[in-house]
Design a protein. Sequence first.
Length: 211
Amino acid sequence: MNLAGMTDHTLLKPQATEKDIVTLCHEAQQHKFATVCVNPTYVQTAAKLLHGTGIGVAAVVGFPLGATFTEAKVQEVFMVKAHGGKEVDMVMNIGWAKSGHWEAVEQDIVRVVETAHGCGLLIKVIIETCLLTEDEKKTVAEIVKRAGADYIKTSTGFAGGGASVEDVRNLKAWVGEGVKVKASGGIRTRECAIELVQAGAERLGTSAVLV
C-alpha cells in the first residue's frame, strides 16, 4: 500500500520555525508524500521549496477553532492561492454546530468551498469528530456533501482527539462516493494508517513518517 502517496505531511505547531518547514519539505521529497500541510504564512516558503517536484502545498484555514468570520476564511483562501498553495483544509465553525445553528454552519462551508473551487484549489472540511455526537457528525457530513467539498476531514489534532476507524467508516457511508475522507490526528504507526485506509480514508494527515 502506497501510504506516502496518500499522506499530507503535516506541521502545524505554533512554534514551527522556517528551518522546520525546510525539513518537512525535504522529507516530503524524500518519501514522495502527496502534499505538505502547513500554516498559511509558510505556504510561500513550502511552495518555493517544492516547485517542480509534483508535491502540493496545503494550508489550514480558520485553524484550529473554526470560529473566525467566514469572510476571514475566504480571505485566507485567496492568500493561500496567491502564495502558491494547491489545497486548503478549513475548520468548520464547531461552536455553531454544537449550538445547532446548522444553516450558519452550511453557509460558512459553502462560501469557503465556492471560493476555493473558484481559485482552482482542492478543499477539505475539518469537522473535529472528537467534539461531536454521532447525530452531529451525520448532520455535518450531509452538509459537507451538499456543499460540494472534495474531502471531509476528521480532526485538527489540536482538540484532544483524532481519527478513529469507526468515524472514518461512518463518514464514508454518510458522504458517499462524491466526497472523500481524510483521516488525521493521532496517526503514529503504519498499522494504524492501514486500518484507516481500509475503513475508507483516501487521504491521511500526519506529522509522523510512516513509510
